[in-house]
Design a protein around this ligand. Structure first.
Ligand code: ZN
Length: 280
């Protein structure tokens, strides 16, 4: 709030003092009228869809939360406040149906994630990066059909049904364990591992968190996620959670674990251990 260009000689000193006094008075009035000052360190998006100012793409280091409050997204994630975990050992709630919103070209996401994805696609384009949706929301019915069809395919090839199920589980997420059915996951550009060499991948890694997305299945976390490396699969968790996860280069399971938020009802011997990683 310092006055600039107060060189002596250009303006008489009393005039300058008057200006300073007027400035101070108006600041005082402004602060008095302003009833709700920003909370300290406010980076809380509300809602995340409208939280994508251009400046958020280059966040200042000090604005990143050290550790998010568990209810950091409470206004957004009403139930639950933390990102919901769906993986081979934590199936989604039976009968769960997200509130869907179309993003583009007949691809739908949970309405909390749809606007954030659209904004990410638009901003990538401004940076000369083309991103397009390969897969977004999938119905549970479709997942079940895909799963059952694959089992039948193996059975028809002569495999015993038990083995056919195991083989199928290596390639298609067991119904109820795919994030795509949550409406919070999107596959972008390519389903090939070579996508990790694409400039679009670098852009995503650098920027996706600012839109609330994370790389869900990192290469060095397959033993934890139970899912093969998928450089194309991004999961919406909200900006606050995403920034911490991407900055610390951890996976969602580890993040929830640090917050001691992983449900304890997972069976001892997991499907992932039996069959190895599957695709998400
Ligand atoms: Zn996916």
């Amino acid at each position: 709030m310092k006055e600039k260009n107060t060189k002596k000689g250009r303006f008489p000193l009393p005039y300058i003092l008057l200006l300073v006094a007027l400035g101070a008075a108006s600041v005082g009035i402004f602060l008095t009228l302003r009833r709700q000052p920003d909370p300290p360190g406010s980076v809380i998006p509300d809602p995340p869809v409208s939280e994508e100012p251009e400046s958020s793409r280059q966040p200042e280091e000090e604005s990143l939360p050290e550790k998010p409050a568990p209810d950091a997204d409470a206004g957004d994630w009403t139930e639950p406040s933390l990102p919901v975990l769906v993986n081979p050992t934590h199936p989604m709630a039976e009968g769960y149906m997200p509130q869907l919103k179309e993003v583009r070209d007949g691809y739908y996401l949970d309405e909390r994630a749809a606007g954030a994805l659209e904004q990410m696609l638009v901003d990538a384009e401004k940076d000369g990066i083309s991103l397009w949706i390969v897969s977004a929301y999938r119905s549970v019915e479709r997942q079940v059909n895909n799963y059952n069809n694959k089992i039948e395919e193996y059975v028809n090839m002569g495999l015993p049904r038990e083995e056919a199920v195991i083989e199928t589980s290596k390639y298609i997420a067991i119904p109820g364990t795919s994030e795509h059915c949550l409406g919070l996951a999107v596959d972008l550009n390519s389903l090939e591992e070579g996508f990790a060499q694409d400039p679009a991948y670098d852009w995503l890694i650098a920027n996706c968190a600012d839109y609330g997305f994370i790389l869900r299945y990192p290469k060095d976390k397959t033993d934890i996620t139970g899912i093969y490396y998928e450089p194309w699969h991004y999961r919406y968790v909200g900006v606050n959670h995403a920034r911490v996860i991407m900055e610390k280069k951890i996976c969602l399971e580890e993040y929830l674990d640090t917050l001691q938020a992983v449900p304890e009802d997972a069976p001892e011997e997991t499907q992932a251990e039996q069959t190895g990683p599957v695709t998400g």
